[in-house]
Design a protein around this ligand. Structure first.
Ligand SMILES: [Fe+2]
Length: 369
């Protein structure tokens, strides 16, 4: 992709041997003189919708990676060509994904180090997070609330009905099955919340038991498998909104959503799955027959050795996983063998995406894509 000038007053993007004219107003909106944007925060000081829509380029020239423009309203600005190309062709972190199943050779892993959140290695870790939907950090300080510092160093914690952070250990009279020692089948967390928490962090503070293995499944990978091999069943899972419900002593939370949610381009946007909390609407019997067949199949696939990976979280490990893409679970354990104690919390996607863009800018990495 290149930028070219035509007859000294038209800016073109050349892509696959075709030229597209860039609207002069689009360029004018991106002019950043001292009078047009605030030098401290890069925000516009005017309303661009008030600009003359028929504005034109009076003069255009290119010089050593810079595009110099003068507009008919008198504004002159020198653009970096790379910045314009980056914006025209930009990719979101979420576009760069690798689907995986139980053949995944190497789990994305990072060794924690001091000030990691300001280092280039964190950029690579976040790239891995978006590729695989999870990352395991090793050697995180084993301190009761360290996870809060960790989460707030990437973005901002999202509190839920379980608090700012929560303790995953077996307790008497639990308000959630997570707080027992029984096996948890693959699920996504809190599908009953509006909005649903995006990223879950789980920090292992104690693990003395033989069982209690963590399990992960790439929900996008299973969904694509269904799309390819079971079109009708895939379709009903993408069309049926299920009600998810959580009941506690002082609150009842509910939200609706498809087990496989697609975006406007039919790409997988989000998966939801929680066998403890789902209530399908009373659809016509025939339709429900197909839905139940589809739900049984996706349940079998989520639990199958074809898709599930299983590993032990060691003391000091921190698992960071995308709750909109991955399902997680654990095998049962015996409380008489010792302690198993994890601390968890949630953060939003825009925290990690924002951190990734920040590190990209800090280390001038965007042109290496
Ligand atoms: Fe969970």
């Amino acid at each position: 992709m290149k930028i070219k000038i035509f007859e000294n007053n038209v800016v073109l993007v050349n892509h696959s041997n075709e030229n597209f004219e860039i609207h002069p107003l689009w360029l004018r909106e991106r002019a950043k003189t001292e009078n047009l944007v605030d030098k401290y925060n890069d925000q516009r000081l005017y309303d661009p919708s008030q600009l003359d829509p028929s504005i034109k380029i009076k003069k255009a020239s290119m010089d050593n990676g810079h595009l110099n423009l003068e507009f008919t309203d008198g504004i002159k600005f020198e653009y970096k060509v790379n910045n314009l190309l980056y914006e025209i062709d930009r990719k979101e972190p979420t576009e760069n994904i690798i689907l995986w199943d139980s053949n995944l050779k190497k789990k994305p892993t990072a060794v924690f180090e001091k000030d990691i959140f300001e280092k280039k290695v964190m950029y690579d870790v976040l790239q891995d997070f978006y590729k695989y939907g999870f990352v395991i950090f090793k050697n995180i300080p084993v301190e009761e609330n360290y996870i809060v510092n960790f989460a707030n160093s990437i973005g901002t914690i999202r509190p839920t009905n379980f608090g700012e952070s929560f303790s995953v250990k077996s307790v008497p009279e639990p308000n959630d099955l997570a707080y027992t020692s029984i096996a948890l089948t693959p699920h996504t967390d809190n599908p009953y919340r509006k909005p649903i928490p995006c990223i879950q962090l789980l920090h292992c503070l104690e693990n003395e038991v033989k069982g209690g293995f963590s399990t992960l499944v790439d929900g996008f990978s299973v969904s694509e498998y269904l799309r390819k091999n079971h079109k009708d069943l895939f379709k009903i899972l993408t069309k049926t909104k299920v009600r998810f419900r959580f009941v506690d002593k002082t609150i009842i939370l509910e939200n609706w959503g498809e087990l496989i949610e697609l975006d406007d381009n039919n790409k997988i946007k989000q998966v939801r799955y929680s066998t403890r909390l789902d209530y399908v609407p009373a659809l016509e019997k025939k339709e429900l027959e197909i839905f139940y067949e589809a739900r049984k199949l996706i349940s079998d696939l989520y639990a199958s050795s074809k898709f599930e990976i299983k590993f032990r979280l060691e003391k000091g490990d921190l698992l960071m996983m995308d709750n909109h893409r991955l399902l997680h679970g654990r095998t049962s354990y015996d409380v008489s063998e010792g302690k198993r104690y994890l601390k968890g919390c949630y953060i939003d996607h825009d925290s990690t995406e924002g951190k990734l863009r920040y590190l990209e800018r800090k280390f001038g990495l965007k042109w290496k894509k």
